[in-house]
Design a protein around this ligand. Structure first.
Ligand code: NAD
Length: 504
């Protein structure tokens, strides 16, 4: 081992609190919950556990900022200037953010470092977008001019997961704020630490008080209270499919606008004519980066039989060489899984996999890391499509390899799961590449590449992976929907009800 198992960042807050109406506050009831360091599973502190009355306070602050404050009515340029400053303020805290994120989530420090740049880019991108947005008009010459206006909806409830907490929060905050909404954010309870940076970042950038509110807490308490609140017309949620289903049911009572970014079990399809070295690098990175706790992970690798044995052997070799270590060690490639509860769930799948398929690599705790949520990168081969490790999202460093014989079989296998978030296709045949990319039931497919995003493009899943797409103007559509104004350019013929005239 090159570094000690745990590394506590300096100056951790004594207690992680809510931020409501411009103030750091505890829960009205005083309730708290313990937060664990994934490298040791020891508690490093407590966080305020928001209850319905705390959510109510936060929604009231956001509601007041929306109805009485300047934010929704500011010119796009003025909002964009603040968004750019938020981007700069995030980047200025790159080191601190990486340190807190890596400590709290167990992500390797080198991978946590990328998160500040991505979060900052989200703000800059939506700043650019909001000033350049042009809405449509429809002319009926001489008769009508119809034009689109946009109005921010009100208070948006943002509920986020623990895998890349700060970056995913920024992915919702940036378009919500760009659109003129005010917000209540409920971060994941496993990882509340980095969200504590938002109040300072947003205040430094000049965001008016009350526009941003943060309530920490358990999903079934604080999250549910936000979903149930009648003054929150929008919920943007990222998390598990089963939680998403529950939120959709409960939101029906108020017919809330919903954006649901849910789980995945994405295929990587490797044809025999692919650049195998590049496909291998990409597939290994795609499933083991971010500890495998990645919604778009390519967790099922389908390989054409002619190259299957070779590819599987090389995959296993690489997996065995992946460096598992403490999250703060710069040499670490796979760190500690986020929480013992999640770790047990992933280990359960590993045990199941031993009965369903052939274990080629990993599958156990590394010898040099006796405590904490560590798992060696795990490769199962010859996984049958009806195996649970083929069908279910594991959300850890575990991959299923399956051979195929024909293009049709590859497509059928790729689509033979309930999820449809991402897909990756590797081939040197241009025609086939496009054919297969278009045939995979997924919101997003990459051809000869791992997940590299362009912020203008649609983001989201189909089937059990999500409802609604964000990305570019689609995010603005969610937070500030279109509103059409019809203008008559002349007299409009109107039947004269009650005039006793017969229709002509
Ligand atoms: P989760 O569903 O357990 O929790 C997500 C958030 O929902 C947390 O803040 C949690 O407190 C809250 N929550 C839980 N129960 C709730 C309830 N009843 N009402 C309201 N809120 C509630 O998900 P997780 O374990 O934190 O995250 C992992 C999942 O997220 C994986 O399935 C992964 O694929 C998915 N994910 C999807 C994307 C995407 O863009 N599609 C991105 C990242 C993660």
């Amino acid at each position: 081992m090159t570094a000690s198992a745990s590394h506590r960042p300096a100056d951790l807050p004594e207690r992680i609190r809510h931020f409501i109406g411009g103030e750091q506050v505890d829960s009205l009831s005083g309730a708290t919950f313990e937060v664990l360091d994934p490298a040791t599973n020891l508690s490093y502190g407590t966080a305020a556990a928001g209850q319905a009355e705390d959510v109510d306070r936060a929604v009231l602050a956001a509601r007041n900022a929306f109805t009485d404050g300047p934010w929704p009515g500011l010119e796009a340029r003025a909002r964009a200037r603040i968004l750019y400053r938020i981007g700069d303020a995030i980047e200025a805290r790159e080191q601190r953010l990486a340190e807190l994120e890596s400590f709290d989530t167990g992500l390797p420090i080198t991978q946590a470092k990328g998160q500040a740049k991505r979060a900052a880019e989200n703000f800059r991108f939506f700043g650019d977008l909001i000033v350049s947005l042009h809405d449509e008009s429809y002319s009926v010459p001489g008769k009508q001019l119809n034009y689109v206006l946009r109005k921010p909806t009100g208070v948006a409830g943002l509920i986020t997961p623990w895998n890349t907490p700060f970056m995913l929060e920024s992915w919702k905050l940036a378009p919500a704020l760009a659109s003129g909404c005010t917000v209540v954010l409920k971060p994941a309870e496993f990882t509340p630490l980095s969200a504590g940076l938002w109040p300072e970042i947003l205040a430094d950038a000049g965001l008016p008080e009350g526009v941003f509110n943060l309530v920490n807490g358990i999903g079934e308490e604080a999250g549910q209270a936000l979903v149930d609140h009648p003054s929150v017309p929008l919920i943007s949620f990222t998390g598990e499919t089963s939680t998403g289903q529950l939120i959709m049911q409960r939101s029906a009572a108020h017919l809330k606008g919903l954006s649901m970014e849910l789980g995945g079990k994405s295929p990587v399809v490797v044809f025999a004519d692919a650049d195998l070295d590049a496909a291998l690098d990409s597939a290994v990175f795609g499933v083991f980066s971010l500890n495998g706790e990645r919604c778009t992970a390519g967790s099922r690798v389908l390989v054409e039989r002619a190259r299957y044995e070779e590819f599987a052997a090389r995959f296993a070799e690489r997996a065995k060489n992946v460096v598992v270590g403490p999250p703060h060690d710069p040499a670490t490639e796979v760190g500690a899984l986020v929480h013992p509860e999640h770790y047990r769930r992933v280990l359960g799948y590993v045990e199941l996999g031993r009965t369903e398929a052939t274990l080629l690599a990993g599958g156990s705790r590394p010898d040099h890391l006796p405590e904490g949520n560590y798992l060696t990168p795990t490769v199962f081969a010859d996984v049958k499509p009806d195996a649970r490790i083929f069908q279910e999202e594991i959300f850890g460093p575990v991959v299923a390899l399956t051979p195929f014989d024909t293009e049709a079989e590859a497509i059928a296998l790729a689509n033979d799961v309930r999820y449809g978030l991402a897909g990756y296709v590797w081939t040197s045949d241009l025609k086939r590449g496009h054919r297969v990319a278009g045939s995979i039931d997924a919101g997003m497919v990459w051809l000869n590449s791992h997940n590299v995003r362009d912020l203008r493009t649609p983001f989201g899943g189909v089937k059990s992976s999500g409802v609604g797409h964000e990305g570019g103007w689609r995010s603005i559509d969610f937070y500030a929907p279109e509103h059409i104004v019809h203008v008559a350019l002349g007299d409009v013929p109107t039947p004269r009800f009650g005039s006793k005239e017969l229709p002509k």
